[in-house]
Design a protein around this ligand. Structure first.
Ligand code: ACO
Length: 431
């Protein structure tokens, strides 16, 4: 971060304080209020962190007005079309595009960490059959700290490295097994001769009874979905991982916390909610009814897959996914898929509506991803687990960055207290 060159002035109770203004390489200046409480005796108030930078980072940059997303400086559309997921993982974790030999070594390391401790099979079997795969993932990833004791010391650089590799490598196995368990099929073990995306598809869809042919088009679409969800700076689940790990908790526990946060329908759960909404709408003639509901202040309904805290323009990931959805459905010979037609028509109508224009509500990454995931063969309950799998590398990269950051402190927000002031306890017979 560049040193402070400008100063902001804040007057509180007739006294003016100079607050340093920090300059980022990209994005708005940041007013440094770290000494505000000790010097002025006041807190700042910002529920939902709409104007608060909680850390500095060099991983991902988003310009919400332009609709731009950069990982380590590289635009997401270039990564989605020219790169592949494991290369993007290397970029996020280590900060640079790998040389051919570094990439080969990284791929080899990840490939050789994909199996789970065999006793974890028993852990999966402890869940109810009808458990949501996200519930299983939260539990199993949290339980990794009970199975991999030799990589939980966050002060040991080597252990941090091993934990990172384990999480990136084992997450496809965990997500696929959560799915297999929920549908009552036998677990399929990882195959080291397959690339990351194909191996995941194989573990999800292969059965011992017959040979499973992996369609390279679907494998490429899967890889693209993984790239597009890999990181998104300080979103809710990433901030959850950072906050959990600020206390020194082990990485498996922290990533489990991230998965729990991602599950919510306002975050990673939106892809499932969006597909369910498109099915509920059913046909283009019912779109106006749903648009009217989304605009009605007395109706809690929102257009799922629309709107974003940061993007006030088209989410660049949605743009790539729209093209991908066309490509996949076309190649599968179902380009007239009614869900895709409804989604496109909904997008067209909403983008012409003054409500959505004024509030700058555009399709986000979840708007088209569900259509592709369904075409690949995933049921809606697996959409968020796929998101969790993709985002694992983002959580890991941000966690690693935080652990080595000398500014790192335990996260401890303040509050605006509006409760009772001190009062005396009332005995039960006097209440
Ligand atoms: N449909 C209808 N109205 C909406 C929508 C929507 N999808 N999103 C926001 N609005 C309206 C709100 O009602 C609010 O209106 P008001 O100012 O009249 O009260 C205004 O737009 C601003 O909305 P907020 O909720 O204050 O914006 P915030 O930044 O807090 O929320 C969020 C962003 C949660 C993504 C929101 O747009 C939403 O709920 N979208 C639907 C769920 C979704 O798609 N989530 C996925 C996000 S991407 C991701 O996590 C990968």
């Amino acid at each position: 971060m560049n040193n402070a060159a400008k100063v902001a002035k804040l007057t509180v109770h007739d006294r003016t304080y100079d607050l340093p203004v920090l300059r980022p390489t990209n994005g708005p200046d940041v007013i440094d209020i770290r000494k505000l409480y000790s010097e002025a005796g006041v807190f700042t108030y910002d529920p939902g962190f709409t104007s608060t930078a909680a850390c500095d980072s060099t991983i991902t940059y988003i310009d919400g007005n332009k609709g731009e997303l950069l990982h380590r400086g590289y635009p997401i559309d270039q990564l989605a079309t020219k790169s592949h997921y494991l290369e993007v993982c290397h970029l996020l974790v280590y900060g640079k595009l790998p040389s051919a030999s570094a990439l080969a070594e990284f791929k080899d390391t990840i490939t050789r960490h994909t199996m789970l401790h065999e006793q974890m099979v028993n852990f999966f079997r402890g869940f109810r059959r009808d458990a949501h795969p996200m519930a299983i993932m939260v539990g199993v990833v949290g339980a990794m700290s009970a199975f991999y004791h030799d990589s939980t010391d966050i002060n040991d650089e080597y252990q941090r490295e091993v934990a990172s590799h384990r999480l990136i490598a084992k997450m496809p196995t965990i997500a696929a097994w959560a799915y297999k368990y929920s549908i009552g099929q036998p677990f399929v073990y990882p195959s080291n001769d397959l690339d990351y995306a194909s191996n995941f598809l194989n573990m999800c869809f292969a059965v011992p009874a017959e040979k499973f042919e992996i369609n390279p088009i679907l494998s490429r679409a899967m890889d693209r979905i993984l790239i597009l969800h890999a990181d998104h700076e300080q979103n809710a689940s990433t901030s959850t991982v950072r906050l959990a790990s600020s206390s020194g908790a082990n990485p498996f526990a922290c990533v489990a916390a991230g998965i729990a946060c991602l599950w919510g329908p306002a975050h990673g759960g939106a892809n499932q909610a969006c597909l369910e909404m498109l099915k509920q709408i059913g046909s283009a003639d019912r779109i106006p009814e749903y648009i009217a509901r989304a605009k009605d202040k007395n109706d809690p309904f929102r257009l799922m897959g629309f709107g974003h805290r940061v993007y006030k323009n088209l989410d660049p990931r949605a743009k790539v996914l729209k093209e991908s959805a066309d490509e996949v459905l076309d190649l599968l010979g179902v380009s007239n898929n009614p869900l895709l037609q409804t989604a496109k028509e909904l997008e067209r109508i909403a983008l012409q509506d003054s409500y959505f224009i004024e509030k700058k509500l555009f399709p986000n990454v979840d708007f088209y991803s569900g259509i592709i995931l369904e075409a690949i063969g995933f049921p809606t309950a697996m959409f968020t687990p796929v998101f969790a799998l993709s985002r694992t590398v983002g959580w890991i990269s941000q966690w690693k960055e935080m652990i080595t950051d000398r500014q790192n402190k335990i996260g401890r927000p303040r509050q605006l207290y509006l409760g009772e002031t001190e009062r005396n306890y009332i005995e039960i017979h006097d209440r």
